[in-house]
Structure formats: structure tokens, C-alpha cells
Design a protein around this ligand. Sequence first.
Ligand SMILES: [Fe+2]
Ligand SMILES: [Fe+2]
Length: 267
Amino acid sequence: MSRDVVRVAAVGDLHCGKASQGVFQPLFTRMAERADVVVMCGDLTDYGLPEEARVLAREVSSVLKVPMVAVFGNHDYEAERHDEVKQILIDGGVTVLDGDSAEIHGIGFAGVKGFAGGFGERALQSWGEPILKRFVREAVDEALKLEGALARLRTPQRIALMHYSPIRATVESEAPEITPFLGSSRLEDPINRYPVFAVFHGHAHRGSPEGRTASGVPVYNVALPLLRRRWPDRSPFRLIEVPVPPPAAAAAPVGVHTGVGLGATVP
Ligand SMILES: [Fe+2]
Ligand SMILES: [Fe+2]
């Protein structure tokens, strides 16, 4: 079915545990009522355990009636059983992106975990000890994966989802000592090079809800603890409306960011 607008609801950092059965059903129900696509931005599980993933998969399958796309966060790797966790979630109906892209209702979704390293001129550089170079290499690799996923999409509108932040603005309220561990400017580069409508990320539980990249792309921090604290009387997810150009317009060359801006979102 073609639509003029696709509503995308996003949340991150559920940290689903073994005892979370039933905890997230009200949230997923509300998201499914209001959105056409649901996005989850990592730290889906608390320790990356298959038992936790099975709980989350049951939460999802019992209430979710709309497509769901997700990326992993650092917590999903803790037990080093991420391949099992991924398969359980895929079997539960979740599209898990790791340098991949997916097209849903005419909107393109590109997803990566991302990585740390800091922002701007103070970002960690690949220099000195081999272990430090490997650390920087992880951020570079994640940025390349994001670029590849964005490049493969041919949709007129693209959404980027990740766990770590691509900009400093949405981690601004965190303690300065941990800022370099909350994201990397290297993730921002491909977002500024490709026409991206909006970016969702999590990880910074005490960060700021929104900012923009250097080229003006809206960036939303959808970490659940942040949304709960900022809007305690609302369901903790972010909702944006993405206009889908009519077929004639969609055939035109892509490359223009037509974002409706921060004002078009419903926290
Ligand atoms: Fe988290
Ligand atoms: Fe995290």
C-alpha cells in the first residue's frame, strides 16, 4: 500500500533482562498503534544473553503488528553470544541491521552499531600503540559500514539508525569524562555525504534528546531512560513523520534533504 507519509517510532536501550516479561508490551503496543515502522537503537538486551533475547522476542511477537528494524548496542555483545541473540530476534520478526539496509513502505533504513572515539578536533586519532589503533579502526569500520548501507539504498528518503552518537550535541548533558565513549564524529561523515532524512541513536542515557549534523540532518537520541526522564507523562519513544514523494518526484535524482525538522516530531 502506498502512503504519503510514513510514521517511524524509535526507542533505544531497552536493556531487556531475564525478568522483563511483560515490561515492554505496553510500550510496543503504543508504538504499533501510532507508527508504521518501529526502530530500536541497540542495548536491546542487558547482557547479550540468549535468554534475554527470547524474552524480548516474545514481547515483540505478542504485540507488534508493524515492521521492526533494530541495531545492536554494546550490551548486546557482553556475553559474546551476539550471533545467537541476533538469530532469536530475527526469528521473532525483527530485522537486525549491521551494515545492512532495508526498505520499508518506500523508506530506506541503514543501520550499524557504531562505536566510540569522541567528537570533532578532539576525536581519538590512529597514532601510537597498536591497541589504540585497533580502537580507532573499529570506529572507522563502523562508519564505512554505514556509508555502504546508505549507498546501497535507492529510496528517496533514508533513515540512519545506530547505537552510538554521531554528534556531540546529543550527548552534551553527560559527564564530560565519558563523552568520548558515547560516540564518534566518524559516523557523522557519511550522514552528511548522503541524503539522510533523520538519524536515531541511543547509548547516552543521560544525554540530550536532539541535535543536528553539520549539514543539518536531525539527530534524535532515543535512549529509553532519557525519554522517560524528559517526558515522564508520555510513552517513551520518538515519533517522526517521513513524507514519501509521489512516484514522479521519487524518480527525480535524490540528494536533497527535505527534513520536516525537529518540530515535526512527537516525543
Ligand atoms: Fe544503554
Ligand atoms: Fe550502550
